[in-house]
Design a protein around this ligand. Structure first.
Ligand code: HEM
Length: 307
């Protein structure tokens, strides 16, 4: 039975129902949640637009498998970016959408697997044998199992049941899942590794941030200088890693690859994008501290009678 406005009698006024994901914990309409929801649905819109304008090519199922896998990975990284972003931007409310983003990553990966099953003509024996025989699928499968565990334990009831500390420990497997997903991504990439290299750079930055925060625990937020140093170090690692990887794969000198990073005629190499993303975070940190300092300067002085 529902009350007027679709409210169930077990949910008193002001309390949100579980499916009302656009409302915050207090049941208020949340623009942050609505914007996040729109972003999470965006890949579906992009896919529909691509299908309507150019079609999905000769192997539509394969195209959709790639799309779903790609967005699952992006949302997995986005969920990992919530902690650094909320700290740097001093925007604590961002935590409210982390669970939503993580569950969306699982949703897209479930679609990824379902499409793969469809691509194998729904033969579960074929799917199982492929997963066992092909290393990149085995790795993807382990990552998927990990994501399923995280999604299943993402409810408030499970947090309570496991206890905060155990829940946090369990959810640290997300770092291993991210790594496995990237290996899976690289292994199935046939020629141009630019996007996997870029995404890996972002993952390394996110892990680097956590490592530094853990190492300096109790010493407050990372300073702008540390954020800049982290971003430059990760970008250099990406330049070097790509040069070594490509030189091994194609038997060319790594110096040629390194030099090509400064040739912008045809493309911009992923290391530069990683650097730009890191610098954007550092810029956000500078803007946030300027804004905070400005706000302090213009803050009204307490009147003598209130002081
Ligand atoms: C049972 C688990 C999984 C299966 C069977 C599977 C299967 C596949 C297949 C068949 C491809 C396309 C390969 C090709 O065309 O040669 C692919 C690509 C991909 N998968 Fe998975 N996958 C699994 C799990 C995952 C997980 C957990 C993630 C990430 C969270 C992931 C992310 C990706 C990505 C990013 C791509 C490449 C997308 C692109 O090219 O843009 N997959 N996967």
């Amino acid at each position: 039975m529902t009350l007027r406005g679709g409210r169930s009698p077990c949910y008193p006024a002001g309390m949100k129902m579980p499916w009302q994901i656009w409302r915050d914990r207090r049941g208020r309409l949340s623009w942050l949640r609505i914007a996040t929801l729109a972003l999470l649905i965006m890949p579906v819109g992009i896919a529909i637009h691509a299908y309507a304008t150019a079609g999905f090519g000769a192997r539509p199922l394969n195209d959709m498998i790639h799309r779903a896998g790609y967005w699952a990975l992006i949302f997995l990284l986005a969920s990992l970016a919530v902690t650094p972003l909320r700290r740097v931007a001093r925007f604590g409310n961002l935590i409210d959408v982390r669970r939503m983003i993580g569950v969306a990553a699982f949703f897209y990966i479930a679609v990824h697997l379902s499409l793969y099953i469809a691509d194998q003509s729904f033969s579960l024996t074929k799917v199982a044998s492929e997963i066992v025989l092909r290393l990149y699928l085995t790795i993807g499968f382990v990552a998927l199992l990990g994501l399923a565990v995280l999604a299943a334990t993402s409810t408030d009831a499970m947090v309570k049941r496991l206890g905060g500390m155990n829940w946090r420990r369990l959810h640290q497997i997300v770092y291993a899942i991210g790594l496995l997903a990237l290996i899976h991504y690289f292994q199935q990439t046939k020629a141009d590794v630019s996007v996997p290299v870029f995404v890996s750079g972002l993952f390394i930055w996110l892990m680097g941030y956590r490592l530094i925060a853990w190492w300096r625990r109790g010493a407050g937020e990372l300073s702008t200088v540390l954020l800049l140093a982290l971003s430059v170090a990760v970008a250099l690692l990406v330049f070097a890693g790509e040069a070594v990887g490509v030189s091994i794969a194609y038997r060319v000198s790594p110096w040629i690859i390194l030099k090509s990073n400064f040739d912008f005629t045809y493309d911009i190499r992923p290391g530069w994008y990683v650097l730009a993303a890191g610098l954007a975070v550092a810029a956000l940190d500078i803007a946030r501290s300027r804004f905070a300092a400005g706000a302090r300067r213009i803050a009204p002085q307490p009147s003598p009678e209130r002081a």
